[in-house]
Design a protein around this ligand. Structure first.
Ligand code: TYM
Length: 325
């Protein structure tokens, strides 16, 4: 029996190379080894302001990009959270054993509450409980995520432990799995690459747009003139080179940047070519998939159907243990 893996992504904007390097690349890598369930978490996405008319397109986009990036629906389950009502049912139950104090400590809640002062709703506050329900509903053991989600997985573990103590052994404690790039910074070099901050390169960005975005991206800010030596260690784009460029190129840049033999523009051109090369097949596959929304819907509904079976059986067990029969 393979161990079960669960992870999710919000349909809240373009899927970007931070999502890819921090999570999706690991998802693809782990498909063989685990029984994988990937979820497009639309109920999480509605905790911030959004345009209802846009949501369906965003969900299909997220599905198409992830499939194009390597989530083969014949080898894993991919589905939409709101298609399986048991997520919110279990979340309600888990709400009753989650201390308010734990939720108040969540850094993502604090950040989002600052960003969306006009809409600090209860859903934003209990967001991590729904995330715990997502994982525990399937008794997921491995959860590949970026660094920003680690605190939520720690809470999911605590919630699982608490449920097991109160009602009897039911849930395994989920473990986060981090990639070698758990926190990719945005092109501004200052904040985490993020869908909402617009500081990203999307996974389906065109070559022209990749170059346009990189050409204005922040590098080593101490390097004011072309003739100044640069410091790759503090250059955000050098980090991206480490993930997209060939070893010889990385080694060379590490030397010629420091000696000012190469300028930032030339260095960015090399990076741009390598990112284009890495993403082209994803963009082409995405463009084919997105043309056929019926086929995408079929994939998502088939995924939800498989999830329903697992979810029903977990909920029956949970309710029985809780005396809710
Ligand atoms: P979301 O949609 O913000 O991001 C999806 C995945 O991408 C990772 N990620 C990053 N990794 C490295 N560098 C970055 N700049 C970067 N930005 C995003 C995220 O850590 C995440 O792994 N709450 C989750 C979705 C979720 C979920 C779940 C995840 C809901 N239920 C259950 C795991 C298990 C979120 O907002 O991810």
């Amino acid at each position: 029996m393979k161990k079960r893996l669960f992870s999710g992504i919000q349909p809240s904007g373009d899927v970007h190379i931070g999502n890819y390097l921090g999570a999706i690349k690991n998802w693809v890598r782990m498909i063989e080894q685990y029984e994988c369930i990937f979820c497009i978490v639309d109920y999480h996405a509605i905790t911030i302001e959004y345009e209802p008319k846009e949501m369906q397109r965003r969900i299909l986009n997220a599905a198409a990009v992830n499939i194009a990036a390597g989530l083969d629906p014949n080898r894993c389950i991919i589905f939409v959270q709101s298609h399986v009502a048991e997520h919110t049912e279990l979340a309600w139950i888990l709400n009753t054993i989650t201390p308010m104090g734990h939720l108040e400590r969540m850094t993502q809640f604090k950040d989002k509450a600052k960003q969306h002062r006009e809409n600090i709703n209860a859903g934003l506050f209990t967001y991590p409980v729904l995330q715990a329900a997502d994982i525990l509903l399937y008794k997921g053991k491995a959860v590949p995520i970026g660094e920003d989600q680690v605190q939520h997985i720690e809470l999911a573990r605590e919630i699982a432990r608490k449920f097991n103590m109160r009602y009897g052994e039911t849930f395994p404690e989920p473990q986060e799995v981090l990639s070698e790039a758990p926190r990719i910074m945005g092109l501004d070099g200052k904040t985490k690459m993020s869908k909402s901050l617009g500081n990203y390169i999307s996974l389906v960005e065109t070559p022209e747009s990749i170059w346009k975005k990189l050409s204005t991206a922040v590098t080593d800010e101490n390097r004011k003139r072309r003739t100044d030596p640069g410091n790759p260690e503090i250059c955000n784009l050098f980090t991206l080179h480490k993930h997209f460029s060939k070893k010889e190129q990385i080694d060379r840049i590490n030397v010629v940047c420091r000696s000012a033999e190469i300028g930032c523009i030339e260095c960015k051109k090399i990076l741009s070519e390598n990112i284009v090369e890495a993403l082209t097949h994803i963009r082409c596959k995405y463009e084919q998939l997105i043309k056929n929304s019926d086929q995408l819907s079929d994939i998502l509904h088939a995924g939800a159907k498989k999830c329903k079976d697992i979810a029903n059986s977990t909920m029956a067990e949970v309710k029985k243990k809780m005396g809710l029969v």
